[in-house]
Write a protein that binds this ligand. Structure first.
Ligand code: ATP
Ligand code: PRP
Length: 210
C-alpha cells in the first residue's frame, strides 16, 4: 500500500521538495514537466497528488490524500476538520492582512465592503471586534478591488509588500501569521501509523536541520 501526499505546484512545492528529499522521498518524474496529476516516488511507497493550494486541506480531510502540505492561511479558512497538523514546515511564510488605501478608517461605523478569497477568516476577524462587513468573494488579483471601487479593503496574504506598494495600497490590520504545515488525515494517522510516523519524524529532523 502506498501513501498519498497532496501538494500544490508553485511556492509550496518548490520549498517542500528539499524537505521531502532530506526525508528520502523523491518524485520519480519531474513535476515541472509532467502533466500527470499523480506522480510516483522512486521508493514506490509514496505518490504525490498535484492539486490547487486551496484544495489540499479538502483532499486530506476526505481521505483523497493521506498527507498534505498546506499554508496555515488555507487551513484557517478550511477550519481543519478531520485533519491533524503535526508539523510546522516553516516555509512559505506570509501574513494574512486587511489591506487598503492608507487613509481608510477601518473603525468607521459604515458597513465596510471586504473583497477576499479568505471569506471565513475575514468574517471572523471583523466579527471579533463587532464590525459589520459585507464580504465579496474573489479568487485572485484581490488588490484590484479597492482600486476599482468593488470593495473598500481586502483580506489577502502579504509577504514582501511589493504587490501592495505597486498598487498604492497598505497593510492596515493583522489577521494571522502563516507558514506551510504538514497535515495528516485523522483516519490515515490511525490505520497507517507505521508508515506515516517515520515520515513525520524525518520531516521534523529535516526542518530542524535547515
Ligand atoms: P490557488 O492556486 O489554490 O488559488 P494560490 O495561488 O494562493 O492558491 P500559491 O500562490 O502557490 O497558491 O500559494 C500557496 C501558499 O503559499 C498560500 O496558501 C500561502 O500560505 C503562501 N503564500 C501565498 N502568497 C505568498 C507570498 N507572496 N509569499 C509567501 N508565501 C505566500
Ligand atoms: C500573493 C498574494 C499577493 C502577493 C503578496 O499572490 O495574493 O498578491 O502574493 O506577496 P508580496 O507581499 O511579496 O508582494 P500570488 O503571487 O500568489 O498570486 P495569486 O494569488 O494572485 O495567484
Amino acid at each position: 500500500m502506498s501513501l498519498r501526499i497532496a501538494l500544490s505546484k508553485g511556492r509550496i512545492f518548490d520549498d517542500t521538495m528539499p524537505l521531502l528529499a532530506a526525508a528520502d522521498i523523491h518524485p520519480a518524474e519531474s513535476p515541472e514537466t509532467s502533466r500527470k496529476l499523480i506522480l510516483p516516488s522512486t521508493c514506490g511507497k509514496v505518490e504525490f497528488l498535484i492539486v490547487r493550494a486551496s484544495d489540499v486541506a479538502t483532499y486530506v480531510q476526505h481521505g483523497g490524500a493521506d498527507l498534505g502540505v498546506v499554508g496555515k492561511d488555507v487551513l484557517l479558512e478550511h477550519g481543519g476538520e478531520g485533519l491533524i497538523e503535526p508539523l510546522d514546515l516553516g516555509i512559505a511564510a506570509c501574513k494574512l492582512m486587511v489591506c487598503g488605501p492608507a487613509n481608510l478608517d477601518l473603525s468607521n461605523t459604515k458597513r465596510l465592503r471586504i473583497a477576499t478569497k479568505y471569506t471565513a477568516c475575514a468574517r471572523s476577524h471583523f466579527a471579533a471586534s463587532a464590525r459589520q462587513v459585507e464580504i465579496i468573494k474573489l479568487y485572485g488579483s484581490m488588490e484590484l478591488a479597492p482600486l476599482t471601487g468593488l470593495a473598500d479593503a481586502i483580506v489577502d496574504v502579504v509577504d514582501t509588500g511589493n504587490t501592495l506598494r505597486a498598487n498604492g495600497l497598505e497593510a492596515l490590520e493583522h489577521v494571522a501569521d502563516s507558514t506551510a504545515r504538514l497535515v495528516v488525515n485523522r483516519v490515515s494517522m490511525k490505520i497507517s501509523h507505521e508508515l506515516i510516523a517515520p515520515i513525520v519524524e524525518r520531516l521534523r529532523a529535516a526542518v530542524e536541520e535547515r
